[in-house]
Design a protein around this ligand. Structure first.
Ligand SMILES: [Zn+2]
Length: 130
């Protein structure tokens, strides 16, 4: 499911900040992020509040992907998947520049029916779309 969101603001700096703080104590990261925002919601687009919300990556807007994050039992910000990155995913279309944490994808567009996430679909049952 696409989390299509109305973006009135560019949250790229927030997302880069959060990802740069992986391994840091969450309380401090959260306070610092919140101080720059008018509402906390965008923080939780990346940071899972519950285990069942954890995602390897998160799509923001049309073609901007970021690492999914969570807070571990010790209160430390962590990546859901340490491996997923700009070379993991396949662009969904030819016309947009797809980025992961702001870095352009390295895999080429492979057709509209090519899997977005070939590595995951090798190990998990693929979700059917449409
Ligand atoms: Zn496009």
């Amino acid at each position: 499911m696409h989390g299509r969101r109305q973006l009135g603001l560019d949250y790229t700096p927030l997302f880069r900040f959060l990802i740069s703080k992986v391994g840091a104590p969450w309380d401090g990261v959260y306070s610092e992020a919140l101080a720059r925002l008018d509402r906390p919601d965008p923080i939780f687009w990346l940071v899972a509040r519950r285990p069942n919300e954890r995602r390897r990556y998160v799509l923001v807007g049309e073609s901007s992907y970021y690492n999914g994050l969570y807070v571990d039992d010790a209160g430390t910000l962590q990546l859901v998947d340490q491996v997923v990155g700009p070379s993991s995913l396949v662009p969904r279309c030819r016309c947009c520049t797809h980025t992961f944490n702001g870095t352009p994808f390295t895999r080429p567009f492979a057709g509209f029916y090519a899997p977005l996430d070939p590595d995951a679909e090798a190990s998990e049952a693929p979700e059917t779309e449409g």
